[in-house]
Design a binder for this molecule. Structure first.
Ligand code: PAN
Ligand code: ZN
Length: 196
């Protein structure tokens, strides 16, 4: 049995957005402090509070026996040379996992544990990504022109801890270097020792 993130391929048909109960829109202004290039962030925001990503959810009780699921759509774009991405979070109940299935586009999932172990896994059509318990996760769209569409499912009692990532960021960032995605260190990230 694997204990780190892994991917494998399956195929399903496209989902129908009208089936969903909730539609969440996350704009640039909601991502303050997350992108490395604060100047590029401010310049973009002055022009337009762009729509970075959307989430469609099936409404279910937030209890242990339930499975919350929906679609995440990250639009293409960059802030400076850093690709559009989700806020990212730990689950409040740390020992809860999540499965992502990529329907469309190209990108990566950036993940890390509270101890600072990190992983970046590819998201491409038909990839199934298993996010084990304890791994924070953020999806990043590395396509210059296409939406990154993923299906997700996770335990109803998981909850979302956004605060930890807002404070310390992820250890790794995904930026464009010579026309291709590259994984770089986040200078803002603090190790567990630095945080103590
Ligand atoms: C997903 C995410 C979704 C949006 O449903 O919530 O992709 O990302 P943020 O929640 O980080 O803004 C999930 O991981 N739920 O647990
Ligand atoms: Zn999650």
């Amino acid at each position: 049995m694997k204990t780190v993130p892994f991917t494998f391929d399956v195929s399903i048909a496209d989902a129908i957005l009208s089936e969903y109960d909730n539609h969440i829109e996350r704009r640039l202004s909601a991502m303050k402090g997350q992108f490395l290039d604060a100047g590029a962030f401010q310049a973009l925001l002055a022009q337009d509070d762009a729509l970075l990503y959307e989430v469609y959810e099936i409404k279910r009780p937030e209890i242990a026996g339930e499975l919350l699921n929906g679609l995440s759509i990250v639009h293409p774009g960059k802030v400076g040379d850093e690709y559009y991405m989700t806020k990212g979070h730990f689950h409040t109940v740390l020992e809860t996992a999540e499965v992502y299935y990529c329907l469309k586009g190209e990108g990566v999932m950036v993940m890390e544990t509270p101890e600072g172990e990190w992983s970046v896994e590819p998201l491409r059509p038909n990839a199934v990504l298993y996010v084990p318990p304890r791994w924070a996760h953020r999806s990043v769209n590395t396509s210059p022109f296409e939406d990154l569409v993923t299906f997700f499912v996770y335990p109803g009692n998981a909850g979302h801890d956004y605060g930890t990532i807002e404070t310390q960021g992820f250890r790794k960032l995904v930026v464009e270097r010579e026309g291709a995605p590259a994984i770089v260190d986040n200078p803002r990230w603090m190790s567990p020792e630095q945080r103590a």
